[in-house]
Write a protein that binds this ligand. Structure first.
Ligand code: SD4
Length: 331
């Protein structure tokens, strides 16, 4: 297999060893003992901006904080950054010039909350969390989600920044909706974490595909598609063309594959293979599609896979914070 995978194995073994006993080096421990250890805490998130997001999550995880608090704090970093043009404030608008946001969150007890097509609120992930904690429901959309957010004290703001507005006006000249693979790069942030207590949680937030139809909802706020957590098994999150992730109930599939004994990377590979197969069956061009998964299991082992090269993700554990290029089906 690739040297990257070996690198991953080496680093997770090394961190496991550090957790076992600070004065014992990895070499002194028998391999079976190392593999029985859990690499925790650990947090993974999609794309380059995952590095900064991981730092915020690590602040909480490294102090024995809860994974659910870590993932919310982590994804709020790109949400609040107007220069990140695919998440939260500063996100690209739909074809009507409206910034509509999708987000969801899931904790170790299978509590879930989600918002879709939410406008004017900078941190949709926190609204999703409020849906989870303060309503009898799991998902609120559009105006209802906005009304709920306002009732909870969230501030109504203009999220359309100048650069996004300019791009949208440029796009209007041809109004051709054809997302170009990896051009919408650095988009959705999906984050999954295992805390020091051994609990898993995840969060996912995005402004969705740029210039989508008004009202279009992608995979990111859909539990089971853009995110799934099973505290007995593992967690997964997705990025890329949401329609394709929804088609295979992607993240639920990845977690179920881990339940069947697959490693996180094997599970991501098999889920991507499903996308590849369905795309061929539907006689669509795979070159027009990007889907990437990242996954983490209960032992703190992780992996990823995507359709096209160019997808990366950030991992922070006790050995540090690093960016990893995901292996891809198309090279
Ligand atoms: C969506 N999955 O709305 C998101 C966008 C994304 O790479 O991740 N694009 O379909």
């Amino acid at each position: 297999m690739t040297s990257r995978r070996n690198f991953i194995k080496t680093t997770s073994f090394a961190s496991a060893a550090m957790l076992i006993n600070k004065s014992t080096s990895a070499k002194e421990l028998p391999a079976e003992e190392l593999t029985n250890q859990t690499n925790k805490p650990i947090v993974l998130s999609t794309w380059n901006f995952g590095l900064k997001a991981n730092e915020a999550a690590w602040e909480i995880l490294s102090k024995n904080g809860k994974a659910i608090d870590a993932v919310e704090a982590g994804v709020k970093i790109p949400e609040g950054d107007p220069t990140e043009r695919s998440v939260g404030y500063g996100g690209r608008p739909d074809r009507d010039g409206r910034v509509t946001l999708d987000a969801c969150i899931m904790d170790e007890q299978a509590n879930i909350g989600s918002v879709a097509a939410l406008e004017h609120i900078k941190h949709p992930i926190s609204v999703a969390r409020a849906v989870m904690e303060k309503t009898p429901h799991v998902m609120l959309v559009g105006d209802g989600a906005l009304q709920f957010a306002l009732s909870q004290g969230f501030k109504k703001e203009n999220l359309l920044v100048e650069d996004s507005e300019k791009e949208w006006k440029e796009w209007l000249k041809n109004s051709n909706y054809k997302p170009i693979v990896n051009i919408e790069n650095h988009d959705t942030i999906g984050m999954i974490a295992l805390d020091a207590n051994g609990d898993l949680s995840g969060a996912c937030t995005t402004s969705g595909m740029a210039f989508k139809m008004h009202g279009r909802v992608g995979d990111s706020p859909i539990i089971g598609a853009g995110l799934y957590v099973d505290n007995e098994i593992g967690a997964a999150t997705a990025t890329g063309h949401g329609e394709e992730v929804i088609r295979i109930a992607g993240c639920h599939l990845v977690v179920e594959l881990m339940r069947q004994g697959k490693t996180p990377e094997q599970a991501c590979i098999e889920a991507v293979n499903r996308v590849v197969k369905l795309t061929a069956n539907r006689k669509k061009n795979l070159k027009d599609i990007q889907v990437g998964f990242i996954a983490l299991n209960k032992k703190g082992e992780y992996g990823s896979y995507c359709v096209q090269s160019g997808f990366n993700y950030a991992v922070h554990d006790s050995s540090g914070n690093k960016l990893i290029n995901a292996d891809s089906h198309l090279k």
